[in-house]
Design a protein around this ligand. Structure first.
Ligand code: C5P
Length: 313
């Protein structure tokens, strides 16, 4: 039997929701969702190393905003994998962040997913797909998708996944905001806005992913995907950060095929027609000064995957 490694590094991607429909709120406070996720090429790397005592350090983008105690999803993931496993012991977790914190791109979920896969490999636990999914869903609604990657339909809380039939590669431009948005706060704001219109949160229709988007993805038709992009949480994110509307207008003026708030925001996601168009869009967004940072990425990309030790070792 090959010996177990002393340290494992796993890379997990950010996500964008091409469509995010928010249905009724249940008794636990969660909302029924119908969403289409796509993993995009912005990554966090999580290293889990055997150590004398448990610790967690974070470096990179927004590192100062990330908790370094046992509330961190990566820490909770390692604890969840180790529970009842004889070879589990203290580990030093280090996270290299490139996904914005509280940005609506599942940065925390990516760290949780990466840490699950890393701890599994470090201790040779041999988690099967369904056990990995169960542990991931226990950490948060977006964590199962961060494990899976690609393009997928999410229902339930967003944690019941089915891979989407999707062709092609998509060029994205993301405009970050210097101020994060809390996901529970954005859902609560949507409930409030709906209540103002006389729509009760518990009496929303059951959401269903739109056939137009599925057809567009199947055909690999970026223009049609752009037209079909939609996010029910956008009005709530705009209500909490009204200046995001300026960012969306600039994307539209520069011919983005689609432009929406990503997840619960505040990151704005723009679909470009080509690599060159993405460059132009990124330049225009940067020059306008509306965003704290602008990044290009491609999707879909895989979910959480081992990058060290590599296959050759
Ligand atoms: O599962 P996770 O911890 O990522 O969710 C964060 C918060 O987002 C929840 O506490 C809830 O307020 C909101 N949420 C929701 N319905 C979902 C997913 C998340 O209301 N399906």
């Amino acid at each position: 039997m090959p010996s177990l490694p002393d340290a494992v590094t796993v890379r997990a991607a950010a996500k964008v929701n091409l469509e995010l429909l928010v249905g009724p709120r249940d008794a636990s406070g969660y909302h029924a969702l119908a969403t289409v996720f796509q993993a995009v090429s912005l990554y966090d790397d999580v290293t889990v190393r055997r150590a004398g005592r448990c610790s967690l350090t974070v470096a990179g983008r927004d590192a100062e905003h990330v908790p370094t105690d046992e509330s961190n999803l990566a820490w909770r993931a390692v604890v969840a994998v180790g529970e009842g496993h004889p070879d589990a012991g203290p580990v030093a977790i280090s996270i290299a962040k490139d996904i914005p914190v509280a940005g609506g791109m599942a940065g925390g979920s990516a760290d949780g997913a990466a840490a699950l896969v890393a701890a599994d490999a470090l201790w040779g636990v041999g988690l099967g797909r369904s056990e990995l999914h169960r542990l991931a869903a226990g950490l948060g609604a977006d964590v199962p998708f961060s494990v899976l990657g690609g393009t997928a339909i999410g229902t339930g809380r967003g944690d019941e996944l089915a891979p989407a039939m999707a062709r092609g590669s998509y060029h994205w431009v993301f405009a970050f905001s210097d101020e994060g948005l809390s996901t529970p706060r954005v859902f609560a704001e949507l409930d409030r806005l709906r209540a103002e219109r006389g729509e009760e949160a518990v009496h929303q229709p059951e959401p269903e992913v739109s056939p137009a988007l599925m057809t567009a993805l199947l055909a690999g038709d970026a223009e049609a995907v752009g037209r079909a992009m939609h996010n029910d949480l956008q009005e709530a994110a705009l209500s909490l950060q009204p200046r995001l509307a300026d960012t969306l207008v600039i994307g539209q003026e520069c011919g983005a095929l689609g432009g929406i708030v990503s997840g619960s925001g505040p990151t704005c996601a723009f679909l470009a027609a080509s690599h060159e168009h993405a460059l132009d869009l990124a330049v225009a967004l940067t020059a306008s000064g509306v965003a704290s940072d602008v990044r290009r990425a491609q999707g879909p990309v895989p979910g959480a995957r081992l990058i060290h030790p590599g296959k050759e070792q």
